[in-house]
Design a protein around this ligand. Structure first.
Ligand code: GUN
Ligand code: FE
Length: 426
């Protein structure tokens, strides 16, 4: 259904805020020109004559947002998980990313990534590519054709990486980035560029200075990694002895929120000082619990972020994470928070299912604008989910949602809309 204005009917559910779930059984949600006109129990008079797509007892939910995923790593998900971050990068991630110099390899690998993302529950994503401009542009062309709304980064790295994956100089890295940004403007509308210095260890000071100039000139957002692993954090302290903490190493170059919208993945070891700066600068956390378990990184203090008013969303971090399924990321976030509560800090309460659902929808969605809810004024990103194989229809909608978070593989995503456009209906 791609009419300029249409209505869906079904069991509707979305987050009002972190702790409040809105449930409208057999309700109506109206989409006009890509935006929600609101959710209603009874259809208002003025909309009575409009086409209604009746979804029966299926759930109608906001689309899910993946705040951190590596497209080139999709090929080796579920492999090589017996290492910690720095060894894993050297042994698995970097050799694989090196292959994207070859466009034919990229076409096949990115084709599979984009197809699976399209069929998943994800409607919006912040995506890392590689250092290669042609392959990143190819990825963006494919994403543009998918109808998903994504933000994609050509990765910058000019030090401490294997020669085959190191840009020749800080200036060449920045020049390639500018060329890529100009191409993006010509080629894409719903696929936007984001500056992507990989992490401090792989970016020289000269590169960071260059990227700040590019950031200011084009007004781009920034994505990177922060305080993920203890050896990484110690290495950053060695590389940048003048920085007060890891986040400060980005902030010194103006690439840590404030005047540039920023999302940082992981933040497992973000202490009070780092968190204070994140709060002051409005830096988003992409919480990636499955990756943090797989790479033995640790458990991020999500409750502290929430208590302190730091914006948080969820990331799959494929291939640190194995799956693009953000429902699974919700379950992992809850489970990780329970272990942290039990084993690390019993003053920080674990996440509830309702809170995890918020993080995977409205929490991360706000990085993209008015996204992540079905409320009036939000972009119309919606999922129609047939959960009959995992839940009985006489259960409460809230219970069905909880089941879906834990058992998403057993449910069928029947339909998906992004900004009012039908992505599929099956
Ligand atoms: N830090 C720098 N690069 C990466 C990456 O590819 N994955 C993860 N999880 N952390 C990183
Ligand atoms: Fe990552």
């Amino acid at each position: 259904m791609n009419e300029p204005i249409f209505i869906l009917r079904g069991d509707i559910c979305y987050s009002r805020n972190l702790t409040e779930l809105a449930v409208i059984k057999q309700g109506y949600v109206i989409c006009k020109e890509g935006m929600s006109l609101g959710v209603y129990q009874e259809l208002p008079e003025e909309y009575q004559d409009l086409p209604v797509r009746d979804c029966g007892d299926d759930l109608i939910l906001p689309g899910l947002c993946d705040l951190h995923v590596h497209a080139p790593q999709y090929t080796f998900r579920g492999l090589g998980m017996d290492l910690e971050l720095l060894d894993w990068l050297n042994e698995h991630a970097f050799p694989e990313e090196g292959k994207y110099r070859n466009l034919e390899y990229a076409r096949k690998a990115y084709g599979s990534f984009v197809q699976n993302l399209k069929e998943s529950a994800t409607t919006r994503a912040c995506i890392f590519g590689t250092i290669h401009v042609p392959a990143t542009e190819l990825l963006m062309d494919m994403l543009e054709a998918s109808g998903l709304h994504t933000i994609v980064g050509k990765v910058n790295m000019d030090r401490n990486c294997p020669a085959y994956l190191t840009e020749k100089s800080a200036d060449i890295s920045a020049e390639d980035t500018v060329e890529w940004i100009k191409d993006c403007k010509k080629r894409c509308q719903i696929t936007r560029p984001i500056l992507t210095p990989r992490f401090i260890p792989s970016c020289s000071d000269a590169l960071m200075e260059n990227l700040k100039k590019v950031q200011m000139h084009y007004g781009l957002p920034v994505q990177s990694h922060l305080s993920e692993n203890q050896s990484e954090v110690a290495w950053v302290q060695e590389l940048c002895p003048q920085s007060e903490f890891y986040g400060d190493a980005y902030d010194r170059f103006g690439l840590f929120g404030a005047d540039c919208s920023t999302v940082m993945a992981h933040c497992v070891y973000s202490d009070e000082r780092e968190r204070r700066r994140m709060k002051e600068n409005g830096v988003y956390v992409a919480h990636c619990p499955e990756s943090n378990m797989n790479l033995s990184s640790g458990i991020a203090p999500v409750r502290a972020f929430l208590n302190e008013g730091i914006p948080v969303g969820l990331g799959s971090d494929v291939a640190g994470g194995t799956s693009e399924d953000i429902f699974a990321a919700m379950a992992h976030a809850i489970q990780a928070s329970k272990l942290r509560w039990r084993l690390v800090d019993d003053t920080l309460k674990p996440l509830t299912a309702i809170e995890a659902f918020y993080l995977g929808t409205k929490g991360g969605g706000s990085f993209f604008g008015k996204v992540g809810s079905l409320e009036e004024g939000y972009e119309f990103d919606a999922l129609i989910v047939d959960d009959s194989a995992i839940s009985s229809r006489d259960m409460e909608v809230k219970e069905r949602l909880e089941r879906l978070i834990y058992l998403s593989g057993g449910a069928k995503i029947k339909g998906k809309y992004v900004a009012g456009k039908e992505i599929f209906w099956r």
